[in-house]
Design a protein around this ligand. Sequence first.
Ligand code: PLP
Length: 382
Amino acid sequence: MKFDTKVIHAGIEPDPSTGAIMTPIYQTSTYVQDAPGVHKGYEYARTQNPTRTALENNLAALENAEHAICYSSGLAAMDAILKMFKPGDEILSTNDLYGGSYRLITKIFEGFGLKGKFIDMQSADEIAQHITPATKLVWIETPTNPMLSIVDIEAVTKIAHEHGALVCVDNTFSSPYLQNPIDLGADIVTHSATKYISGHSDVVHGCVITNNESIAQELRFIQNAAGAVPGPMDCFLVLRGIKTLHVRVERACQNARKVAEYLQAHPKVSKVYYPGFADHPNHDIAKKQMKDFGGMVSFDLVDNNFEAAKQVLSNTHYFSLAESLGGVESLIGHPASMTHASIPREERLKVGLTDSLIRLSVGIEHIDDLTQDLGKALDQLS
Ligand SMILES: *Cc1c(COP(=O)(O)O)cnc(C)c1O
């Protein structure tokens, strides 16, 4: 089955009791048993729910895998993965990791004895230097946020596996339409389905996908024991969003390229970060592992200060000033004061995250409205 067909059909059967073509929202906490232990595969809704099962089967198919487990948020999914590890274990990750993921490792799990190490993953040598016998998990995020660097999933996985570490890829920024890390050797894929997968900014949701039977069993055990389950309504909304995933992401990628080219030519813009440009330092890797270059674009201003950025951020109309990404509508954000405010300024500047850096999640509106909107805001800069 091709991807465009999978999003609509994989794992989804018409409802057996009525023929309803859309998977119903099974808003129930428990299921009636015919006799003790005699049931239809469903006992209690923390453990299983048919709306969730349909979504999990669909998500597994999108990442070419056997197992998917859904959670109440992207961070709940990460929390479940980290619970598989023990005090003394090391998690090796990127130094411009999603802020919430960084916070979960350093502020919660370090308190339980896990150790986080954050490095530049663009160089394979650097990774080999930092892996130790205690490294049990390598956590990749690519493209990174907000600098849009690319990590070579296949190369990093090879090194990690040589040292006996598992590899998990946070595939949120790419979506399964652009990139399938399990095909490149990764053991685990996770998504904040809040973003591209659901795509309509109306639900918070997460998932973990794997081909490894024992990892899947352990995660199911942890989920049932700890309880971070999504509600059936949320699962329904994600399933509904997925049906247009390929069309939405394809359009977002087309628009992002045009926005990046427009900004590149604008006299008030000093630098554009977009992996689709031939001179982006990781362009070749992006080309190798992604189907297209994604809907995210970051850029910096000639006026290298917060005041200038604030003016641009306040003067766009279609680009709404908000956290998050991956929805049909375009968003604009200021990493230094919003998503990355908790990182010390000197650390931020080292990776190019200046006070005037602006991040765009390009939506699927008409491209002319989007470029005009940015142009108007930039032209108003004094
Ligand atoms: C948003 C996000 C998360 C966290 O997901 P939530 O659904 O908000 O809990 C994790 N990783 C990345 C890359 C994200 O963008």
